[in-house]
Design a protein around this ligand. Structure first.
Ligand code: ATP
Length: 338
């Protein structure tokens, strides 16, 4: 909040105007300054005359916004605890054979099915909070209710963050500057701390590390993907994260999912990757455009996961070696590096 100009502040919290009025502060002409900068413009004489207490006024504004936000229920409104999908029809017009499917905070659901079966369509239905108004006729409920239309059109408080295979930046900023801008627009208190954390988490996901001064346009595919995942987990207000295939993204997929779930997101991902399918708590099977089954990942399947991770680790380490110009030996098939 400290970094917002008065204009941005009033846009985000229109009620802040009454704080200025109550304290007889004429902010006209200072709209493009922060509140602290505005307070700094008073001369010592004015401060004496008008009994202006800068620190108190600054702290008072934060408190006022906090209380008003709570009072108006703005924070609660954004809490999304459940996402429910109600059946529609498949590509042949047949009704989907499930009652309803509810996904909760911190749950991961995978979406599997042949190419062209309708996985991306399901993600699109969720993003649009479909109300029988998409080709599938599905209905989406948020917290058990018909979602507010604001989710569809608000660019600030989007219900859904989308992570897709390609992340191409066109903006000429360093990674640090890019994240700083995002953090400022999200009104976080400790901008530098958050920026540092996102870069640290992204570096845990990316194969090759990058530093804060790297221009975003120079990040590799895997690095930009890792950055967007860390940014979405830590900074995005969107409670639901939709992922369209991260298998070839060159990042640590398991850590990426852990990070998202640790931040209380609801995660749905379309995937062809058995490892990701089994990490999920449930998987949706799509056939001919319809949800044909919902399967809970069994303990038996979870136990296969350990095996799969070993195989995956082995493949990753072979990939790493080949990339580094090394040659492979039969030994590489026997001792998976994890
Ligand atoms: N129930 C449905 N009714 C009508 N059209 C549908 C239905 N489901 C999917 N489609 C359409 O079928 C096409 C293929 O679906 P989609 O792109 O979602 O497949 P996909 O499973 O994501 O494929 P891929 O694995 O190749 O990414 C799209 O044009 C989509 O709009």
């Amino acid at each position: 909040m400290k970094n917002l100009t008065i204009r941005q502040l009033l846009q985000k919290y229109p009620f802040a105007g009454s704080y200025f009025e109550q304290n007889k502060l004429d902010i006209a002409g200072y709209e493009d300054r922060t509140f602290a900068q505005y307070l700094a413009h008073f001369s010592e004489a004015e401060i004496e005359d008008q009994a202006i207490d800068r620190e108190n006024l600054l702290a008072g504004l934060s408190l006022f916004i906090e209380q008003m936000t709570a009072f108006l229920g703005l924070e609660q409104e954004r809490r999304v605890e459940t996402l429910t999908i109600l059946p529609g029809r498949d590509k042949s017009g047949q009704a989907e054979q499930f009652q309803e499917l509810t996904v909760r905070q911190s749950e991961i659901v995978s979406i599997v099915g042949p190419t062209g079966s309708g996985k991306s369509r399901l993600l699109a239905d969720i993003e649009w909070t479909a109300q029988k108004d998409t080709p599938t006729g599905r209905t989406i409920r948020i917290n058990g209710e018909e979602p507010d239309k604001k989710w569809r059109f608000s660019s600030n408080n989007k219900l859904v963050a989308q992570l897709s295979q390609n992340m191409n930046f066109v903006i000429d900023l360093t990674t640090q500057e890019f994240l700083r801008l995002h953090a400022q627009s999200r009104l976080v208190e400790d901008v530098e701390g958050i920026v540092e954390r996102i870069i640290a988490e992204a570096n845990k996901l990316a194969g090759e590390k990058f530093d804060p001064d790297t221009p975003v346009t120079s990040l590799s595919g895997g690095q930009s993907r890792a950055l967007m995942i860390a940014d979405t987990a830590i900074l995005s207000s969107s409670p639901i994260v939709l992922i369209d295939e991260i298998e070839n993204a060159g990042i640590d997929r398991k850590k990426a999912l852990k990070l998202l779930v640790a931040e209380d997101k609801i995660v749905l991902m379309a995937t062809h990757d058995p490892l990701l399918a089994l990490i999920a708590d449930k998987r949706i099977i799509i056939k001919n455009g319809g949800i044909s089954k919902v399967i809970e990942t069994s303990t038996q399947e979870k136990s296969l996961l350990a095996q799969l991770e070993k195989t995956d680790g082995m493949l990753q380490s072979m990939r790493q070696k080949l990339r580094g110009g090394e040659t492979l030996t039969p030994q590489d098939m026997l001792s998976p590096a994890l």
